[in-house]
Design a protein around this ligand. Structure first.
Ligand code: HEC
Length: 379
């Protein structure tokens, strides 16, 4: 015993009131390095021991803040310095967008740092022994007694004085507790070859078992029919066709069902000769033609086809549709202008279906007739 180094002096008490009183007295006597052990949490013990708040809070604060600033710095670097892209017209350094990431990183780094600091700094893992372990004192205070221990490295430590103090406090028993020699000379066993070999064998067995179970014993063909389809995805190079395109153009001369291609492109006079207006003049056709004319033609040609453009000189004014020239044109010749365009007038074949074009022509005829009414129109 004598060659052992003293860890501290401990005492057990019989009741929670006694231990609370003892803790108060020890704290008031100015001892700093002491601890209380009770079988269950005793209320008011923190106050009696004059415990300062845990230092763990500082760890959380520092690492939380470094998470916040780290996220801010990273996002700023990525989106304003290293790879600036305009997104929705917003500035490169767009603080509101960073808030969720900053918040998440704050919580993450604070939580991880707190747990790690608690385990490895405050609890001193992987060291898992303590001089109080295995002592009679510990057996008592973990079943039905209440104990207090003062460490020998407390600046005020004096064996005799402390014994006296404990006695006046009515301690049931007083112990001197020594360090275990083994523990004092304790070396980390983590790098011992035996331990490393053990780790290696455990890793080998567990990974081998997992591999065998998952790949041989319980193997199922993965259900990925939806993902692995023999198809050509958008933007993907085709391995079948030489030009690498997945989509093919229709064979030249292909005609879509129910659609006759315009056969007089660039030949308006031939169109005027060959095309016949298949839509008879009727109330319905004039109504449709008028509506389409007002939408598509009137901005340039004016509501009456007289060239009173509404574009205020932003586009050259077209000639009047009431000229002798246009009046003498066949319907097919006008169809050619609408379908093909003429000089600076663009084609309207995508805006107007074939029927609508003929209806517009019927309407243009009506406009022309209105300016050149015949006697018979009045009857
Ligand atoms: C963007 C303005 C604009 C619109 C819209 C427009 N045109 Fe024209 N149109 C012109 C111009 C400009 C000319 C004269 C082109 C030229 O220099 O030969 C013209 C010429 C014409 C001519 C031939 C006139 C001639 O004397 O050579 C006809 C017929 C005609 N347009 C009909 C129409 C019809 C029908 C519509 C509606 C489907 C229409 N235009 C829509 C600007 C327009």
């Amino acid at each position: 015993m004598s060659d052992k180094i003293l860890y501290g002096c401990a005492a057990v008490f019989n009741t929670p009131d006694e231990i609370t009183h003892a803790a108060e007295k020890v704290a008031n006597a100015g001892y700093k390095k002491f601890d209380v052990h009770t079988p269950y949490p005793v209320h008011g013990m923190d106050d009696a021991m004059k415990l300062a708040p845990s230092k763990l809070g500082y760890v959380a604060l520092v690492f939380g803040l470094s998470g916040t600033l780290g996220a801010l710095f990273t996002l700023w670097w990525i989106s304003a310095v290293d790879y600036p892209i305009v997104i929705g017209g917003k500035p490169f350094f767009s603080f509101p967008a960073y808030i969720p990431v900053m918040f998440e990183l704050t919580v993450l780094s604070a939580a991880i740092a707190t747990v790690l600091a608690m385990l490895f700094i405050f609890f001193k893992l992987p060291n898992n022994s303590h001089p109080l372990h295995g002592t009679e004192y510990m057996k008592k205070v973990s079943s039905d007694k209440y104990g207090i221990s003062i460490q020998a490295d407390d600046p005020q430590f004096d064996k005799e004085k402390i014994k006296e103090l404990f006695e006046t406090l009515n301690a049931a028993k007083i112990y001197l507790i020594h360090w275990d020699n083994d523990e004092l000379n304790h070396k980390h066993k983590i790098l011992e070859p035996k331990f490393l070999a053990f780790l290696f064998v455990v890793a080998l067995i567990s990974s081998g078992t997992a591999y065998f179970t998952l790949n041989k014993l319980m193997f199922m063909v993965p259900f990925n029919w939806m993902m692995d389809q023999p198809k050509q995805s958008a933007q993907q190079k085709s391995l079948i066709f030489d030009d690498g395109f997945g989509m093919r153009n229709p064979v030249p001369g292909t005609v879509a069902r129910g659609y006759l291609p315009y056969q007089f492109k660039g030949q308006p006079d031939l169109a005027g000769e060959k095309l016949v207006n298949p839509v008879p003049i009727s109330n319905e056709s004039l109504k449709l033609g008028g509506q389409k004319f007002d939408i598509y033609c009137s901005p340039c040609h004016g509501y009456h086809g007289d060239g009173a453009s509404r574009l205020r000189g932003q586009f050259p004014n077209p000639p009047s549709l009431h000229s002798d020239k246009v009046r003498k044109w066949s319907d097919g010749r006008i169809f050619a202008v609408i379908t093909d365009g003429q000089n600076i007038m663009p084609s309207y074949s995508t805006q107007l279906s074939v029927e609508e074009r003929w209806a517009v022509i019927n309407y243009v005829r009506a406009l022309q007739r209105a300016l050149n009414a015949k006697e018979s129109d009045l009857q």
